[in-house]
Design a protein around this ligand. Structure first.
Ligand code: ADP
Ligand code: ZN
Ligand code: ZN
Length: 671
């Protein structure tokens, strides 16, 4: 019997701890089980990741108890979480913590039994088999795509497919039929979506096709529900998992396919420890399982398309929409001309107003998109120039009309809007910039007879509000839907003939090398909401930068053209996909302390390796957040492993001053 257990714990300490195994646990201790162990005068949960006859220290403490009768982590998930640890600067225990439901992480053992007695119904059980949707007969392009993927499913080889199909080209139908194939082989499938709440129609299609075999997992589930679903997957009762990024760790033991829908979305990156990218984890997992990975999108990330062009991924294209419906015509409106002609800043151009009017008169529906919530984006004193900012973050406060407050979108700090300037006491406070709330009120002023709904994170914070708003739009009661990027993807409403983009410049102006890519993606996605029915559609894009290639290419639905321009810029400036980035953020309550520590750390990295490309430190784009001053160091290079090793070595001997925090983000998706 092994004398020692190798234990991973969910603390930011990158090592394994040896504990002795009391004799009474002979035969019970096993890799993959949770145990309680003493750690610095506390009792904490540990994960058994190995067993051995020797310990790495002279004196070991003993395991207190074993929590699980059966291992909760398979050998495969242990390998996968170790890979996460090796690639994303976290401990093995932290990586495991991200892979299991929170209740299990906390060491609960009996939770499952208690709940299943109380609520035995499976969440999807009310979908009777008879209500299931039947597969479509595939178009030629869909058929080809499925055939190529199915070969890999059947022969159990790993390959990554980039399924590049324009909006409404039938990608989802290909996923569904590929899953059919997986089920026929008694295997299981995982499908990741960017955000469950934003993709209700996709979820509905999965549930209506596969019924109770589907488990839907996401962060809004109560811990108890989440556990139930986890258990259903582990026991093999749910063979298909649809979920947000953490679903990539679902406890299946015979995985036959992984799908990532809208692979370009940044929500696949976790912005807290462990800062993993679900696309990369999915690739590793499908490699471990010898199964294919499908990356589906209308607008591939530059990284993925570059890999496809270089033969690392296999590119599959779907070029036609279902029933050969035409892509909507996109009209670009130059708001500089509008400004010159009308001599004032208008929210809507005449072109857009006329188009809304026409669509409504024809009984059609309209989507109006602006990727910014709130009413006015900032308050400004006309006399002293003061802009009202959050006292904890270096961000402007956004005016919310309904709530009658000024709100920080980063930390939630809010104050009532002042009548007089807090600095010079003048009464010349003015409101500038606009958000969805203002757009909504302008539309109702112009079209008082039309019912309008707004969908953004202000109107959807209550449970069920998403479904309610979309339901009203679907029923046709609501004629105009105003919203942020929440309405950009996935929605399929055939009565929508017009999509208006109030300002394409919102994302174009963010200080990030991916600004053009984001803009192209969003415009393409939102344009794809128009003309899904028989009546065709039109998209009107307002912008002050009508000549920008991201906007021009989006207007022509031309991904290739966008890629061709963007990839040149990336190469010239040495950005991904030509290099890997690692972002190191140093923060402290006092700016001098943060800056000094960041400077020292950057020096130390350079001293360790003179040839490394190290940028900064430079203030983060939002230099202060939640009371912390933040400075970024950016490592660039083509050998990620070497970069990680360099940083690990430097951080290992770096003496972090008191009150300084360091966060490492490998392959960051925002600056
Ligand atoms: P995408 O995922 O590329 O946006 P979808 O799979 O949602 O496209 O397909 C768009 C619409 O066309 C959906 O309403 C879907 O049910 C329908 N559809 C998909 N494939 C077919 C097909 N082969 N024949 C008829 N309708 C189809
Ligand atoms: Zn003032
Ligand atoms: Zn704030």
């Amino acid at each position: 019997m092994p004398k020692f257990a190798e234990i991973a714990i969910a603390l930011p300490i990158d090592r394994i701890f040896h504990y002795s195994v009391p004799e009474k646990y002979d035969g019970y201790i096993a890799v993959g089980k949770r145990v309680f162990v003493p750690f610095q005068n506390r009792t904490i949960v540990g994960y058994v990741v190995g067993l051995s006859d020797a310990a790495d220290v002279k004196e070991t403490k003993a395991i207190i108890s074993i929590i699980d009768a059966e291992p909760i982590l398979s050998g495969e998930l242990l390998k996968l979480t170790k890979w996460v640890k090796d690639n994303y600067f976290c401990s093995w225990g932290e990586a495991i913590g991200a892979a299991i439901p929170s209740g299990i992480k906390k060491g609960k053992a009996e939770i499952g039994r208690r709940i299943s007695a109380k609520e035995q119904k499976d969440p999807c059980a009310d979908k009777a088999d008879s209500a299931r949707s039947v597969p479509h007969i595939l178009t030629e392009e869909q058929g080809q795509a499925l055939k190529t993927i199915a070969e890999c499913i059947d022969s159990k080889v790993h390959k990554t497919f980039l399924l590049h199909g324009i909006t409404a080209s039938g990608k989802t139908e290909v996923y569904l039929q590929a899953i059919d194939r997986v089920l026929a082989r008694s295997a299981q499938a995982i499908m990741l979506v960017p955000e469950i709440a934003l993709t209700p129609q996709t979820i509905e299609r999965f549930v209506s096709r596969f019924g109770e075999q589907v488990a839907v997992v996401h962060s809004k589930l109560t811990p108890a529900k989440r556990f139930l679903e986890w258990k259903r997957i582990k026991d093999g009762r749910a063979r298909i998992v649809v979920g947000a990024r953490s679903a990539v760790f679902s406890p299946m033991d015979n995985l036959g396919l992984v799908i990532i829908d809208e692979e370009h979305e940044t929500t696949y990156k976790q912005d807290d420890v462990p800062r993993y990218h679900a696309r990369e984890v999915a690739e590793e997992r499908s490699r471990l399982n010898n199964c294919p990975l499908i990356l589906g999108t209308a607008t591939p990330s530059l990284e993925s398309y570059h890999k496809a062009k270089n033969g690392v991924y296999k590119l599959i294209k779907i070029t036609k929409r279902i029933e050969e419906r035409l892509l909507p015509k996109v009209k670009i409106v130059d708001m500089r001309m509008e400004l010159a002609a009308r001599r004032k800043v208008a929210i809507f151009s005449k072109v857009l107003l006329d188009a809304i009017d026409k669509a409504l008169k024809n009984g059609k529906q309209v989507i109006i998109f602006l990727n910014r919530r709130g009413f006015s984006t900032f308050l400004n004193c006309k006399r002293c120039g003061l802009v009202l900012k959050c006292k904890r973050c270096d961000t402007v406060l956004v005016y919310h009309f309904e709530e009658k407050n000024l709100l920080c979108h980063y930390c939630g700090y809010h104050i009532p809007p002042p009548d007089i300037c807090p600095k010079c006491r003048s009464g010349y406070i003015r409101y500038f910039g606009l958000g969805t709330e203002r757009v909504e009120s302008e539309i109702s002023r112009n079209f008082s007879h039309a019912r309008i709904a707004r969908m953004d994170s202000d109107t959807t914070s209550k449970r069920g509000s998403h479904d309610r708003i979309l339901g009203e739009f679907k029923s046709g009661n609501v004629k105009v839907l105003v919203g942020t990027q929440m309405i950009a993807k996935g929605l399929d409403f055939p009565q929508v003939t017009l999509v208006g983009v109030v300002s394409a410049d919102v994302t174009l102006n963010i200080p990030d090398f991916r600004a053009s890519e984001r803009t192209f993606n969003l415009l393409t996605q939102v344009a794809g909401r128009a003309g899904r029915g028989e009546d065709g559609g039109e998209v009107i894009v307002q912008t002050y930068a009508p000549g920008h290639y991201a906007i021009l290419a989006a207007a022509k639905h031309d991904y290739e053209k966008f890629y061709a321009e963007e990839i040149v810029a990336r190469k010239e400036l040495s950005f991904p996909p030509f290099v890997n980035l690692i972002k190191v953020t140093v923060r402290a309550r006092a700016d001098e302390i943060a800056l000094k520590a960041a400077t020292n750390l950057a020096e130390a990295i350079r001293a360790e390796d003179r040839s490394a490309m190290v940028g900064g430190p430079a203030p983060a784009p939002i230099a202060r957040m939640r009371g912390y001053f933040r400075h970024n160091i950016m490592l660039k290079g083509t050998d990620k492993a070497a970069m990680c090793a360099l940083l690990k070595k430097t951080l290992g001997s770096f003496r972090k001053p008191h009150g300084v925090l360091v966060a490492v983000d490998v392959d960051p998706v925002s600056m």
